[in-house]
Design a protein around this ligand. Structure first.
Ligand code: GDP
Length: 343
């Protein structure tokens, strides 16, 4: 990665950030300066109250410049080839003259402090492409905080002129739902899997996907990939029609050997044309914004509650009663809620 792609700029003093810096950051973002964009993302990732309030000023400035990109989510189990696909698709779009930003949500990073994009050898070509901006995942915090940071990072990237924003997430846990609720197009990537493995892809994730890709359609894996594709197509027939009338597409690709990338880009074009014809993107984004409003309040209230000393004490007592089988979950939960919320 080149210095401008390094996600944390050591010279950026987050603690001393003030409104003048915000104006400078905004000016930089407007001029499509990647260093300003990096600093701005570092700021919005902070959960510190003072930073939040300064960051909200920046978000307000950027909002009118945002909303014009294609927001694409890519999910799949580790090893399916997400990074390889983003590298291939990203370079393809860059060659077409587009500006690409890549963001990531990695739920495991809260535990390991690692990140799915942390390995610098990944996306080798894309990471040095001046038309691309790659940002490793927000590395810490609650899922609510990480989702907020990623949503806001999308806005900042849009304000900085990025036309296609790809958000990568590992296909585990709740992060798909979060990413699904911040993108226009949700792509599920799978490897050539045997029947059983394919069943392992949660139905819920398949239902969220707008496009399903079977990767590694190359060499010895070709037949397995084709079989997987057929199974997916059969499964798709059983899904009910969608409100937006989009027929979910499934296709083969070899991200590693760059085969099928143009075909994918055509499917993506068709998806956006279809959504445009139905005016669905705007409607989808409004619904997503409302979802996030509720979700963020819910998650923030919960975090606030769970971290308070009073709640910790009450929870400890409740746990003891439950483990001693003196009480049950709901009795204890009501007791805690009544004493804290006083409904
Ligand atoms: P991720 O964890 O989903 O991001 O997966 P990666 O992109 O890191 O890829 C996991 C492994 O699969 C790597 O060793 C890749 O080289 C390999 N891989 C990715 N795409 C392909 C492909 O199209 N064909 C083959 N044969 N291998 C691939």
């Amino acid at each position: 990665m080149t210095p401008e792609h390094t996600h944390i700029n050591p010279d950026f003093k987050l603690n001393r950030t003030n409104n003048t810096d915000i104006k400078k950051l905004f000016a930089g973002i407007k001029e499509h300066d990647t260093l300003s964009l990096s600093k701005a993302i570092t700021l919005i990732e902070s959960n510190n109250k003072k930073h939040r309030s300064i960051a909200s000023e920046l978000i307000k400035l950027c909002l009118p410049l945002s909303g014009k990109s294609w927001r694409i989510g890519i999910t799949g189990t580790p090893g399916a080839g997400k990074s390889t696909l983003i590298e291939a698709l990203g370079n393809y779009y860059c060659e077409l003259g587009k500006k690409i930003a890549v963001l990531a949500i990695d739920p495991s990073s809260t535990i390991t402090k690692g990140s799915i994009l942390g390995d610098k050898t990944r996306m080798e070509k894309l990471s040095v492409n001046p038309r691309a901006f790659i940002r490793p995942s927000a590395s810490a915090g609650t899922l609510g905080g990480v989702a907020r940071a990623t949503s806001e990072a999308i806005l900042l990237c849009e304000a900085a002129g990025y036309e296609i924003i790809m958000i990568e997430t590992v296909g585990v846990g709740q992060s798909e739902t979060e990413v699904h609720n911040m993108v226009d197009l949700f792509i599920l990537l799978t490897g050539p899997a045997a029947g059983d493995e394919l069943q392992g892809i949660k139905r819920g994730i398949m239902e969220m996907a707008d496009i399903i890709l079977v990767n590694k359609y190359d060499g010895d894996l070709k037949t397995a990939a084709k079989n997987s594709l057929n199974q997916i197509k059969n499964a798709l027939h059983l899904f009910p029609p969608r409100a937006d009338n989009w027929m979910v597409k499934a296709a083969l690709v070899s991200a590693l050997y760059n085969e099928g990338i143009e075909n994918i880009s055509k499917i993506i074009d068709n998806y956006f044309l279809h959504q445009q014809a139905y005016n669905s993107i705007e409607e989808k984004r409004k619904k997503q914004e409302l979802y996030r409003l509720n979700k963020y309040i819910e998650q923030s209230l919960f975090n606030h509650f769970i971290n308070s000393e009073k709640a910790k004490k009450l929870l400890d007592e409740a746990k003891k009663s439950i483990l001693l089988q003196k009480s049950n979950a709901y009795l204890e939960a009501d007791k805690i809620l009544n004493s804290i919320l006083k409904f």
